[in-house]
Design a protein around this ligand. Structure first.
Ligand code: ACO
Length: 466
């Protein structure tokens, strides 16, 4: 049966209804109030329970399994908003007016055009690099002329912020027949050499956030293309952010359904409290380093399999399991070997992750037509049943955002190695918003470690050591 855009909205709203029905009676944690510093809190290893700052950006209610961006429920944003609008909301603290949204969307679209960064990127062996390492590299390359504390140098910060001028453009059609590697532009997008006249822009940092949100998507898409031996594409003026990202990655115009699915995925991954990658970005920014370097730190932290890298691991795990009937045996062995099941568990959620509530049924809908994907989805459902039956009540372990996202991406033909880069394309908006908020009242992050080592050791010269 042909799926429609309404089906996606229906899936999101049904997930919302289930989330509220199933978790409404859970006790509310006391994590949404103002503080008088200094505060006392109980801290566990890995900074569990530590409160590092106040925020107005987003709230994860781990007991109920609710996720809020700037007061708006994630389910409503997925049902009715777009990634552009959600990014604006995260960065600027309010939903945009129609004019603001149009200006913002255009701004992002123009700044997806980063020929110089992409050309520099392709001078490295990105096709054989880990995609997240390549993404980090590309993010640093976006800031070509300066990389560190502009006020210490003689160049203007504007130059550094808009250094993506280039007279050499990218390929302009997806499957060039006899094109040179780079082709001069036909005039679709002229390189951005000056700040666009927009009243949205209030500071250099905001400018950088726009560059980063737009540019990370283009870099991620270029990495995907390079891994297939292809060269980058420039964005199209009539596509949304999600649509352009898909287009630049796959080389074909996405269907409206694919565009909407990617949009929902990007909204879902945009922000999530003080997770490891957000914290990493904030720690780097708190030294008054550079926001491009701070976002690079976020990309690095996200890449790990305990964090965003889990979405790649999940798909290879499901492939290894192979079929639903193999799940029980696989799970028993995994538990005997004390392995963690990828895509399950969360430091904050002690209820079902709201993002998985959407991505699960979405994966189910997209898998119906494709036998290989259908087996993978059914294997995932069987694994979910097994894990929740054993660990749901006792350890509050449920699927997290990474459990079903890979099946969704695979339905659009995206290679699994790239799944964590998709996460980063979205999360850069949350990283930017949180960094901007924190540095307003910046204090360098500097926790301490308890020393449990030895004292009073006598230094023995090398030649006297046994
Ligand atoms: N499979 C099996 N058991 C698990 C899992 C899992 N996925 N996750 C946690 N547990 C168990 C642990 O073994 C531990 O049991 P114990 O108390 O008997 O020793 C208990 O639950 C608590 O686990 P911790 O590792 O202490 O929980 P923590 O909050 O430190 O870690 C994390 C959270 C990293 C997400 C963890 O659940 C995990 O490793 N999950 C698998 C990787 C994954 O999916 N990561 C993506 C998370 S979402 C995101 O970052 C975008």
């Amino acid at each position: 049966m042909e799926q429609t855009l309404d089906d996606i909205t229906r899936i999101v709203l049904e997930a919302k209804e289930r989330a509220y029905r199933e978790t409404d009676n859970e006790p509310e944690p006391n994590m949404a109030s103002s503080l008088n510093w200094p505060i006392e809190c109980t801290v566990g290893p890995g900074l569990e329970g530590a409160i590092a700052c106040e925020t107005r950006i987003g709230y994860v209610n781990g007991a109920k399994g609710w996720l809020i961006y700037r007061g708006y429920d994630i389910f409503d944003l997925c049902a009715y908003s777009s990634f552009e609008e959600t990014s604006f909301l995260l960065l600027h603290g309010k939903l945009p007016s129609a004019t603001e949204l149009e200006t913002f969307s255009k701004t992002l679209r123009r700044r997806m055009f980063i020929p110089k960064t992409q050309r520099l990127l392709l001078s490295f062996p990105v096709e054989s690099m880990n995609p997240m390492a390549a993404l980090r590299l590309g993010t640093n390359l976006m800031r070509q002329k300066q990389t560190y504390q502009d006020h210490l140098s003689e160049s203007s910060s504007q130059e550094a912020l808009h250094s993506d001028d280039d007279s050499i453009a990218m390929e302009t059609v997806p499957e060039g027949k006899q094109h040179p590697v780079f082709q001069f532009l036909k005039g679709l997008f002229r390189p951005v050499s000056t700040v666009e006249p927009t009243d949205l822009v209030s500071s250099d940092e905001t400018e950088s956030c726009y560059n980063l949100i737009a540019g990370v998507a283009s870099v991620a898409a270029a990495i995907g293309r390079a891994r297939e031996g292809r060269i980058p594409l420039e964005p199209l003026p009539d596509l949304s952010f999600a649509g352009n990202y898909l287009y630049m990655l796959t080389g074909r115009r996405p269907t409206p359904l694919e565009e909407r699915i990617m949009d929902v995925c990007l909204i879902l991954h945009a922000d999530h409290g003080m997770n490891a990658s957000t914290f990493a970005s904030m720690v780097v920014a708190s030294t008054l380093s550079d926001i491009y370097l701070a976002i690079g730190a976020g990309i690095s932290a996200l890449s790990g399999p305990l964090h965003g890298g889990a979405n790649v691991e999940v798909v290879s795990m499901l492939e290894r399991i192979g079929k639903p009937s193999a799940v029980k045996k696989w799970y028993r062995t995994a538990m005997e070997q004390k392995k963690k099941v990828m895509g399950f568990g969360h430091r904050v959620y002690k209820a079902y992750d709201p993002r998985a509530r959407i991505l699960g049924p979405l994966a189910g809908m997209l898998a119906t037509e494709n036998p290989e994907l259908k087996t993978m989805y059914q294997t995932a459902l069987a694994l979910e049943q097994e894990v929740v039956a054993h660990l749901g009540d006792s350890k509050k372990i449920f699927p997290n955002v990474d459990f079903f996202s890979g099946i969704v991406y695979r339905s659009m033909g995206i290679p699994s190695d790239l799944y964590t880069t998709i996460f980063a394309v979205s999360r850069v908006s949350g990283w930017c918003a949180r960094v901007m908020e924190y540095i307003e009242h910046n204090r360098i992050f500097r926790p301490r470690a308890l020393y449990t080592g030895r004292f009073d050791e006598k230094y023995v010269p090398l030649q006297d050591r046994s």
